[in-house]
Design a protein around this ligand. Structure first.
Ligand code: SF4
Length: 437
């Protein structure tokens, strides 16, 4: 008889689905099946116990080969690297729990690091816009039960957040919306004809990089003012139609992704998307929400927000928190050769950073904490495998709507393997010993 663990939270994307069921072998050690998850969520659980998994830390040798080392040796290398650095960069923090993020913050403060998370290459511009103009927000539960107008702007949940539409935004029966997709009108704004766009009631296939103009035009259309015949490649009739559709709804929500945050205009695109939402509240209830990617990137911003006052790009090198994206952001620091060591946890900058930044990482003393072999481990000097959060250890994570959810442990990690939090605590203790010596 296999054992079933219920109410498991998926530690993959910011949707943080909390209804998974995982079947285990008789002895409770092996994951056999994952129910209710999408393909990418299920794959994370099923690959966690791959036979070629690295279970002990390893250090790169002069000739480029790896040599296994103990956790104590890895702790010692990491602590000495921090102690000898004038300006270490501690990056990542999005695929781990808030408990580890908290210990990491303390460590960053003690060693005087610059701390940045993956928002720096995704929704950092959103965070800047929210600081500038505020945000009319809500929870995914409210959207499920109330939203009858749903806009996906520059995002493709059919691929990136596969259960978002079925759990919260389009298909579920809402308390006030009734059942199924017909109870909601769906608008997609995307230069590409994505799988999400194919299911929309209205697809605005705007010209690449002209989001700001189209958002401005929607504000004009709300007020019934005159528009040019075509804006951003969209005929004015279509823009008036979308404006009227949103105004006629009882509850409208705009979800947006990196198609807006990292195209021409960046945080100003979000400023004006928020202005559209604010304007819409003159006619009906409206809210806006970023489609956060990593399952706990939101938590990283929350933890740093309450500890330092800033959600990313936090510079602690002067003994207090400074924040100036563009100056204190990971890529800018690497490209300007301003950091002298690199630490990565809970992300894969080797895969996501520009090539020039990755080359800089390869030339620095560096440690990568990751259960997997990744493009980042391929350029780091020490690789420390750890337990999977949400599979082998629980802890708190924040969903994309800023709701904290307690993830569940499903199986034990390989014997002797540390968690992110345990490893960071050991490094923190060792750094204090070195500093006091
Ligand atoms: S939508 Fe996201 S959180 Fe939900 S099962 Fe898929 S990957 Fe996991």
């Amino acid at each position: 008889m296999s054992k079933i663990v219920t109410d498991v939270v998926c530690p993959f994307c910011g949707t943080l689905c909390d209804d998974l069921e995982v079947s285990l072998s008789d002895d409770g050690k092996e994951i056999l099946e994952v129910y209710n998850a999408c393909a990418i969520g299920a794959a994370k659980f099923l690959h966690a116990q791959a036979s070629d998994r690295i279970t002990r830390p390893r250090r790169r040798q002069e000739d480029g080969t790896w040599k296994d080392i103990s956790y104590d040796e890895a702790v010692d290398y990491t602590a000495k690297m921090f102690a000898e650095s004038k300006k270490p960069l501690m990056y990542g923090w999005s695929s781990t729990n808030c408990e580890a993020q908290g210990v990491g913050s303390e460590l960053g403060e003690v060693v005087g690091a610059v701390m940045d998370n993956t928002a720096t290459v995704c929704h950092g511009s959103t965070l800047i816009a929210v600081q500038d103009v505020g945000v009319p927000g809500c929870t995914l539960g409210e959207i499920k039960n109330r939203a009858d107008r749903v806009v996906f702007w520059g995002c493709n949940p059919a691929h990136a957040h596969p259960r978002h539409m079925s759990r919260y935004s389009i298909f579920p029966r809402g308390f006030f919306t009734g059942k199924g997709a017909k109870s909601r009108k769906m608008v997609v704004v995307d230069p590409r004809c994505t799988d999400t766009a194919k299911t929309a009631d209205i697809h605005l296939q705007l010209e690449q990089g002209r989001d700001y103009e189209l958002l401005s035009a929607i504000r004009v259309a709300f007020r019934g003012e005159k528009l040019p015949d075509v804006v951003a490649g969209i005929p004015k009739e279509k823009i008036y139609e979308v404006a009227d559709t949103l105004k006629e709804g009882r509850f409208s929500v705009i979800f947006f992704g990196m198609g807006v945050t990292h195209s021409l205009g960046k945080n100003h695109n979000i400023d004006i998307a928020i202005a559209v939402t604010r304007d819409l509240n003159d006619y009906t209830k409206a809210a806006i929400m970023p489609m956060r990617g990593h399952y706990n990137v939101t938590g990283s911003g929350q933890v740093w927000g309450w500890q330092f006052g800033f959600p990313f790009c936090v510079d602690l090198t002067r003994g207090f928190a400074r924040y100036n994206p563009g100056e204190t952001s990971a890529n800018d620091l690497l490209m300007r050769d301003e950091v002298d060591s690199f630490f990565s946890l809970g992300s894969d900058p080797g895969a996501h950073f520009p090539n020039e930044s990755v080359k800089k990482i390869a030339n620095l003393p560096s440690v990568c904490i990751d259960p997997h072999i990744t493009p980042t481990t391929a350029v780091c000097k020490v690789h420390v495998p750890v337990a999977f959060v949400g599979i082998e250890v629980g802890g708190c994570a924040y969903r994309m709507d800023n709701v904290p959810i307690e993830t569940r442990k499903v199986v034990d990690p390989p014997e002797g393997m540390l968690t992110d939090e345990e490893f960071l605590k050991k490094v923190l203790d060792r750094v204090r010993e070195i500093k006091e010596a």
